[in-house]
Design a protein around this ligand. Structure first.
Ligand code: PXL
Length: 282
């Protein structure tokens, strides 16, 4: 049996633990082969740093795709996140058309913003394009800010907790055609996690773990990477979400214990063993 492959289409930020610096180690620890297709190279992520460098990799994407096509590569998952330009949206759509097989799971993290704010490098055109791209997904993993952008409603108008979250997840499902994992969803006091609509079962259910009382950076990428890995390993959506939420909680607790600065992301590396081989607690 060959090791399953995941095409990971995200930026590479050298410092700050997000996107590919999170996806590669997590997928590898889960026993999967991560094939990165970088959308940009930055010195750091864009949250909490100023003066970061930004190398746009847009022109590389069709060249990499063409080479991979000539090699007849197939992927068990296509997993996309932070994009570097509006032009990349159409390129990622082409990539999905070219490389999606009958057993490929397409996970699109519609990365656009957080806490009601759009990220510095995301233009209105990129946000509209992200909505279009996300229509190709089997699973999307928006936070509440991204849910508002996908639904084209003001962030302030969205319910932030409780049962209203169920309605948001269902509204995002394209009438039941795609699964939705709405992250940062707190249904119970002192707990947080995700509100999930599963397109395979047609059911909407919350997954909750203890809330670590602090803000973090990059937890969306840690969450979506574990989720993608678990789906490729054969977990159903709810089990994959449980693993992802639990791993994020454990990393968050460690990050608080060691008092790591917010902009350095979560201290996940010493926790990778928990994900290994499906034999650990996760
Ligand atoms: O975590 C999402 C993300 C990914 N990549 C870059 C970012 C962010 C969020 O700020 O800045 C470069």
């Amino acid at each position: 049996m060959t090791t399953p492959r995941v095409a990971a289409i995200h930026d590479m930020s050298g410092f700050g633990r997000c996107s590919l610096t999170v996806a590669i180690p997590i997928l590898s620890a889960m026993g999967l082969q991560c094939c990165p297709l970088p959308t940009a190279f930055l010195s750091t992520h864009t949250g909490g740093f100023t003066g970061f460098t930004f190398l746009d990799m847009t022109d590389e994407i069709p060249k990499v795709s063409a080479h991979w096509k000539s090699l007849n590569l197939r992927f068990q998952a296509i997993y996309s996140g932070f994009l570097g330009s509006e032009r990349q949206i159409g390129m990622v759509e082409d990539f999905i058309r070219d490389f999606r097989g009958p057993d490929t799971v397409v996970v699109i993290d519609p990365v656009m913003g957080d806490h009601g704010q759009v990220y510095q490098t995301y233009t209105p055109g990129m946000c509209r394009g992200t909505e279009r791209l996300a229509r190709h997904a089997d699973v999307i993993t928006p936070n509440l800010t991204e849910a508002a952008l996908l639904l084209d409603v003001p962030y302030e108008q969205l319910p932030k907790k409780g049962d209203g979250l169920r309605e948001i997840a269902e509204r995002l499902s394209l009438e039941g055609r795609r699964s939705v994992v709405l992250t940062g969803a707190s249904v119970e006091e002192g707990r947080t996690g995700a509100m999930c609509f599963d397109a395979k079962t047609g059911r909407t259910e919350a997954v909750q773990t203890r809330r670590v009382p602090r803000e973090f950076h990059g937890t969306g990428d840690v969450f979506s990477s574990v989720l993608t890995g678990a789906l490729v390993r054969g977990d159903d959506l709810l089990e994959a979400v449980r693993k992802a939420a639990e791993f994020v909680r454990l990393c968050g607790e460690r990050t608080v214990t060691y008092d790591i600065p917010v902009r350095e992301g979560v201290d996940f590396e010493p926790m990778l063993g928990l994900l290994a081989g499906g034999a650990g607690p996760l």
